[in-house]
Write a protein that binds this ligand. Structure first.
Ligand code: 5AD
Ligand code: SF4
Length: 486
C-alpha cells in the first residue's frame, strides 16, 4: 500500500474507512443534535456514497463521531464484491451488537451493496441490524431512522433508473482538503459473469454534467486541487442520449465521457482530474485525445483486463478479446506517450487452465503496469458464473496463481520506479508523510507517490521534485526549480 493512498487504492483493498471530520449541522432549533458513526467498506464509489449519506443525515441534525460507542446511529456502508468483504462486515456488526446491549436506543443500519443483496433476510434471519438501505434509497434514510426510533424495523432496497443524487452536496469525509471524489454515474449494465455489482447497484445512469462541473468548481473554490471522477464504467458516460444512442433533446448538447473530461479540465488548469474505472470495450480514442489536450488530465489510466486469455474473457462476458485490449493499450501509448497504466486481475476463475493463466502472465509482461490489483475468484450468488459455470479451480491453485501475479507485478513496478530516479516531476502536495514529520507526500501525474522535505510548502501547492531514490513503488526526492519532465 502506498503512502497516503487514502482514496481509490486503499478503498479497493476493502479496508474500512471511518469518518473523522465533519461540518456541523446548521444551528437549527428544530433539529435534534445526534451522533452518527459511519464506516465504509469496498470501492471508492462506496466511500463517495458515504459523503452523500453524511450530508443527508447532517440535514436532520446528525454530526459524526469517530467513536462508535458514543453514537446514536451506526451506519455501515457495505461491499459484496467478494465473500471476504461480506465476512468482514458480519464480524463488525457482531461487535456493534454488543454496544446495543449497553445502549438500547442505539440504531444500527446496513447500507450499500450487501444491504441490496440480502434485503429483509438481514432483519429476519441474521438479526444483525435494525435498518437495511440499498444504494438508491439514501434520501429515505431520515424517515427510515425515524421509523426505527419509533420501535419498528425499516427496509428500503428499491433500485432506481434515475437516482444520481445530483444536487446533494457531499460532506467531505477524512479529507485533507486537497483531493475529492466526484460521482459521475451510478450502476452498471455490463453483466461481467463474475460480478455482483449489476445486481446490487442496478442499471447504469449518468449524472447531469452541469451538476458535475458545478461540484468541481465548488471544490476548486474551496481550495481542492484534484478531483477523481467516479463510475463503474466511466467510458459509457452519456448525457442527452438514449440507450440506443439517439439524441433525446436536439436543443441540448450531447455529452459523452471525452467531452465531460474536457468540461471538468476547463474548470481550472490547476485542478487535476483523474477518473476510475475505465472499461476496455468502451474506451475510445476520443478520451485519450482529450487527455492529450489538457495537462491537468492526469496521465494515468486504470484499465482492468481481468485475464489475458480471450477464451477466458469470453467466459467472463467482458465484451473484448486479448487482441482488442492490446490494441487499446497501443492506442494509449501512441496518443499519450508516457501515460502509466494499472489494472485488475482475477486468478482462478471458472475453468481457468494453466495456459489461460500463462496468457495473463504474458499480457502483464507485454503491457507493463505500474500497479495491479489482484484477486482470487470468489463466487457470488445470482451472477451468471454462479448459474452457468463451476467454481472448479482448487483454492491452492487460485492462491499460487495469485502469488505469481503479485510477485511479477512487484518486480516490474520496482524496476519501473527505479527508471524514474533522476527525473523531475510536478507534484501536488497532499499532506504530511506517515514516516517523517519533516516530510510531505504528494503524487505525480502518474499517480506515483513522492516524499520530499516540507520546506515552506503546504498542502495543495504544486512543486517540482527531482527523484533521488525509490522504494518499490514510492519515490524519494528533493524540491527543485528545474523544469519538470512530467
Ligand atoms: N471475485 C474476485 N474478484 C472480483 N472482482 C469483481 N468480482 C469479483 C469476484 N467475484 C474484481 C474485478 C473488478 C474488481 C473491482 O474486483 O477485478 O475489476
Ligand atoms: Fe462488475 Fe463488469 Fe460492471 Fe465492473 S464492468 S462493475 S466488473 S459488471
Amino acid at each position: 500500500m502506498r503512502e497516503g493512498d487514502r482514496n481509490i487504492d486503499e478503498a479497493r483493498q476493502g479496508e474500512a474507512i471511518s469518518v473523522d471530520t465533519l461540518a456541523f449541522a446548521e444551528d437549527n432549533n428544530s433539529v435534534v443534535q445526534k451522533k452518527l458513526y459511519l464506516e465504509s467498506y469496498g470501492c471508492a464509489m462506496n466511500f463517495s456514497d458515504s459523503e452523500i449519506i453524511a450530508s443527508i443525515m447532517n440535514n436532520v441534525g446528525y454530526t459524526t463521531t469517530k467513536d462508535p460507542q458514543e453514537a446514536d446511529l451506526i451506519l455501515v456502508n457495505t461491499c459484496s464484491i467478494r465473500e471476504k468483504a461480506e465476512e468482514r462486515v458480519r464480524n463488525r456488526l457482531n461487535e456493534f451488537k454488543r454496544y446495543k446491549k449497553k445502549n438500547r436506543q442505539l440504531v444500527v443500519g446496513m447500507l450499500g451493496c450487501m444491504a441490496e443483496r440480502l434485503k429483509e433476510s438481514l432483519l429476519e434471519q441474521e438479526m444483525l441490524v435494525d435498518l437495511v438501505v440499498g444504494p438508491d434509497a439514501y434520501r429515505d434514510l431520515p424517515s427510515l431512522v425515524e421509523r426505527v426510533n419509533g420501535g419498528q424495523k425499516a427496509v428500503n432496497v428499491l433500485l432506481s433508473r434515475e437516482e444520481t443524487y445530483a444536487e446533494i452536496s457531499p460532506i467531505r469525509l477524512d479529507s485533507a482538503g486537497v483531493t475529492a471524489f466526484v460521482s459521475i454515474m451510478r450502476g452498471c449494465d455490463n453483466m461481467c459473469s463474475f460480478c455482483v455489482v449489476p445486481f446490487t447497484r442496478g442499471r447504469e445512469r449518468s449524472r447531469d454534467p452541469e451538476s458535475i462541473v458545478a461540484e468541481a468548481k465548488d471544490l476548486f473554490e474551496k481550495g481542492y486541487r484534484e478531483v477523481t471522477l467516479l463510475g463503474q464504467n466511466v467510458d459509457s458516460f452519456k448525457w442527452n442520449l438514449d440507450i440506443k444512442g439517439k439524441v433525446k433533446n436536439p436543443d441540448l448538447p450531447v455529452v459523452r465521457f471525452a467531452e465531460l473530461l474536457e468540461m471538468v479540465a476547463e474548470v481550472n488548469p490547476n485542478l487535476r482530474v483523474r477518473f476510475s474505472t475505465s472499461h476496455p470495450k468502451d474506451m475510445v480514442d476520443d478520451v485519450m485525445h482529450a487527455m492529450s489536450r489538457h495537462e491537468n488530465l492526469c496521465k494515468y489510466i486504470h484499465l482492468p483486463v481481468q485475464s489475458g486469455s480471450s477464451a477466458m474473457l469470453k467466459r467472463m462476458n467482458r465484451g473484448y478479446t486479448r487482441e482488442w485490449y492490446l490494441n487499446r493499450i497501443s492506442a494509449i501509448k501512441e496518443i499519450l506517450p508516457g501515460c502509466e497504466l494499472s489494472t485488475d486481475i482475477i486468478t482462478g476463475f471458472c475453468g481457468e487452465t494453466q495456459e489461460e493463466h500463462d496468457d495473463t502472465m504474458t499480457l502483464l509482461k507485454e503491457v507493463g503496469f505500474i500497479m495491479a490489483y489482484n484477486f482470487k475468484y470468489s463466487e457470488r450468488p445470482k451472477t451468471l458464473a454462479e448459474r452457468k459455470f463451476e467454481d472448479d479451480v482448487p483454492e491452492e491453485v487460485k492462491a499460487a496463481r495469485l502469488s505469481e501475479v503479485i510477485l511479477h507485478q512487484r518486480q516490474y513496478a520496482s524496476e519501473l520506479t527505479k527508471k524514474m530516479v533522476g527525473k523531475v516531476y510536478r507534484v501536488l502536495v497532499e499532506g504530511p508523510s506517515k514516516k517523517s514529520d519533516e516530510k510531505y507526500f504528494g503524487r505525480t501525474t502518474h499517480n506515483i507517490v513522492m516524499i520530499f522535505d516540507k520546506g515552506d510548502l503546504k498542502p495543495c501547492d504544486y512543486v517540482n521534485v527531482r527523484a533521488l531514490a525509490c522504494t518499490t513503488v514510492t519515490l524519494l526526492g528533493e524540491v527543485t526549480t528545474d523544469q519538470a519532465d512530467a
